[in-house]
Design a protein. Structure first.
Length: 335
């Protein structure tokens, strides 16, 4: 009973963190929409301050900012939060596996909610055939290679500087907002298809198509934390493997070091035996307390954002007058 109670508390805690973070993202998005509306209406709509947190949805731009920082030693001041959020998430993966994906990512939260809804609607989820699943998982790594090549490798420093100084980069966050507020028929069709696919297959976007997740998975292999299984106490019930959203064979491994592991701890919470499965550090005796990992995940993200604010790399240098001039141009700006 105690074991079941602790597991339930753990599941509830993760749900609170996931959906609480998603709610915060929605608030940021609504405020940003009102911010943009003020300028689109030539000041008729009330002014609402822009939250730099919206730049978390600019990962490709963050990759360009990363190269600029590495080449010049300077953080681009137009969207500094994009780079700082990106670096925070990478550091999180280096220390606490792909925990951002399973604990904080709003897309991951919606994807998880979709397949759980699919179970309610269809009575089950489906699995892609193993011979097809492996090459499909490779798609997100191919997409990652594509972005790394065109930005980190192929884009020359002068071209990079030109891109970061262009009006398009200045209002890339507004362009991103318009993708959702004014979607094209093609965008609606693609998003609808992904939504339907996510209802039937667990974490379809995250598992097969997310290049961000691919990068974090590669980095997470170096994390000191890993799922460990006590073979002596394991009864072989396989509940851990059945519950694993990444379909990893937890029941047959002593440690899980796969880049597909998101650190969600679903396997741990579904294990009926106390202490048999745990997210732990190497060579630690006794084992780390169960609350350490989730607390560290939240603390690392908060610390990264706090460092960005304290170091002055959070707010954009764009002024009110800059936005008043640029936002009306957004429908006419292209790459």
């Amino acid at each position: 009973m105690k074991r079941a109670s602790r597991s339930n508390q753990f599941v509830v805690a993760r749900l609170i963190v996931q959906w609480g973070f998603l709610a915060g993202v929605i608030v940021i998005g609504v405020r940003f929409g009102r911010f943009v509306r003020h300028f689109e209406s030539s000041g008729a709509a009330p002014f609402v301050a822009r939250s730099p947190g919206v730049e978390g949805f600019l990962p490709i731009g963050a990759l360009a900012s990363l190269k600029h920082w590495l080449v010049s030693g300077e953080i681009n001041p137009v969207h500094p939060a994009a780079l700082m959020i990106f670096l925070t998430i990478v550091v999180m993966s280096l220390l606490t596996k792909k925990s951002f994906c399973s604990w904080l990512c709003p897309v991951g939260t919606l994807s998880e909610g979709a397949w759980k809804l699919g179970i309610r609607l269809c009575g089950r989820n489906f699995r892609v055939w193993k011979w097809l699943d492996i090459p499909l998982r490779g798609l997100k790594y191919l997409m990652l290679i594509f972005f790394v090549k065109i930005i980190l490798i192929d884009m020359a420093p002068p071209a990079l500087a030109e891109f970061l100084a262009a009006p398009y980069w200045a209002v890339s966050d507004v362009k991103m907002l318009r993708f959702f507020s004014h979607p094209s028929p093609t965008s609606v069709a693609v998003l609808t298809l992904l939504g339907c696919f996510s209802l039937l297959y667990r974490n379809a976007w995250c598992r097969y198509l997310c290049p961000y997740g691919a990068l974090l998975g590669i980095v997470s292999v170096l994390s000191p934390f890993t799922i460990r299984r006590d073979t002596a106490g394991c009864t072989g019930c396989r509940r851990c493997s059945v519950a694993c959203p990444a379909s990893l064979p937890v029941h047959s491994r002593t440690t899980i070091r796969s880049p597909e592991c998101t650190g969600c701890l679903t396997c741990v919470s579904n294990c009926p035996e106390s202490g048999v499965l745990r997210m732990d550090l190497p060579f630690r005796r006794p084992s780390a307390p169960a609350w350490l990992f989730p607390c560290l995940v939240v603390a690392l993200f908060a610390a990264g954002i706090g460092c960005a604010m304290l170091s002055g790399h959070w707010e954009s240098v764009l002024s009110y007058d800059d936005y008043r001039r640029l936002i009306p141009m957004v429908p006419y700006l292209s790459h």
